[in-house]
Design a protein around this ligand. Structure first.
Ligand SMILES: [Mn+2]
Length: 265
């Protein structure tokens, strides 16, 4: 029996969680461990300075789930480090409300849960729906379940996870599936400065939702703009190979040794 661990960053009450769990029931034995509240844009966290609590709850369909006080990545770590009697064969995170494309992947708690699975050597998927309103998870859940089956059968390369983004349109209007690279996000954050009731200033990062360069062919943003499912393979090794030689030419070692000889003078 395939063991599937499901988490998310939208928390236990997210409708995307229930849709995903129910679709994955046809693929294997699903265990749900999710944060007790929303952790969107929390990145890849590791809670080390306070205790983590886990409690058992019921999903709206009556099935058992666990909520933890930790981040999405903590949920996976808890499971892998021994909360579960056996390691999962697959980690699936989502289905997030809102796309995770381009630079979003470093902010995303949805991705962080999948990263944590990958770091632990378990094939992992992150799944997101490209909308913040009128979310219809029907097709997305079905698609992710099919992809999960493929991943269980074929495996993934070490240190690689799949980032899946699904357009929020009915199944009949999906224009295909693209294997993509990360696109470029355009963030429209604005710093809002206000005063609290005691007269002290505080800041709030606000602004409009990000957009992206939809004309960059072959990217995740390009695919979603054409109502196509986007699957991007993500490697944990973020080294920029192309810059290594240039950086070596800075001869930073020489500068360190001259600074050292000066301090010995
Ligand atoms: Mn989220």
């Amino acid at each position: 029996m395939t063991r599937i661990l499901v988490s998310n960053d939208d928390g236990i009450d997210s409708p995307g969680l229930l849709h995903l769990k129910q679709a994955l029931d046809s693929v294997g034995q699903v265990t749900v461990i999710v944060p007790d509240h929303e952790w969107s844009a929390s990145g890849h966290a590791k809670t080390m300075h306070k205790p983590l609590r886990i409690s058992q709850v019921e999903l709206p369909d009556g099935s058992r789930a666990y909520v933890s006080s930790g981040a999405p990545s903590d949920c996976i770590a808890l499971a892998v480090l021994g909360f579960l009697p056996q390691l999962p064969d697959l980690v699936v995170s989502g289905i997030n409300i809102g796309a995770n494309v381009g630079h979003d992947i470093t902010y995303s708690g949805t991705l962080a849960a999948a990263f944590e699975g990958t770091v632990s050597g378990i094939p992992s998927l992150a799944a997101s729906l490209d909308t913040y309103e009128d979310a219809d998870f029907t097709y997305a859940a079905r698609f992710v379940a099919c992809l999960a089956k493929e991943v269980v059968a074929r495996g993934l390369p070490r240190n690689v996870l799949l980032n899946v983004n699904v357009p929020n349109v009915p199944a009949g209007e999906i224009e295909g599936v693209e294997i993509t690279r990360l696109g470029r996000r355009l963030y429209r954050d604005k710093l809002v400065k206000r005063q609290d009731p005691r007269g002290r200033e505080y800041y709030w990062i606000g602004g409009d939702r990000p957009t992206g360069f939809a004309e960059d062919e072959g990217t995740d943003i390009w695919a979603l703009a054409r109502d196509r499912v986007s699957i991007t393979p993500i490697h944990l090794d973020m080294t920029d190979e192309g810059f290594i030689e240039e950086l070596r030419s800075w001869s930073l070692g020489k500068q360190v040794s001259s600074a050292r000889s000066e301090s010995h003078r």
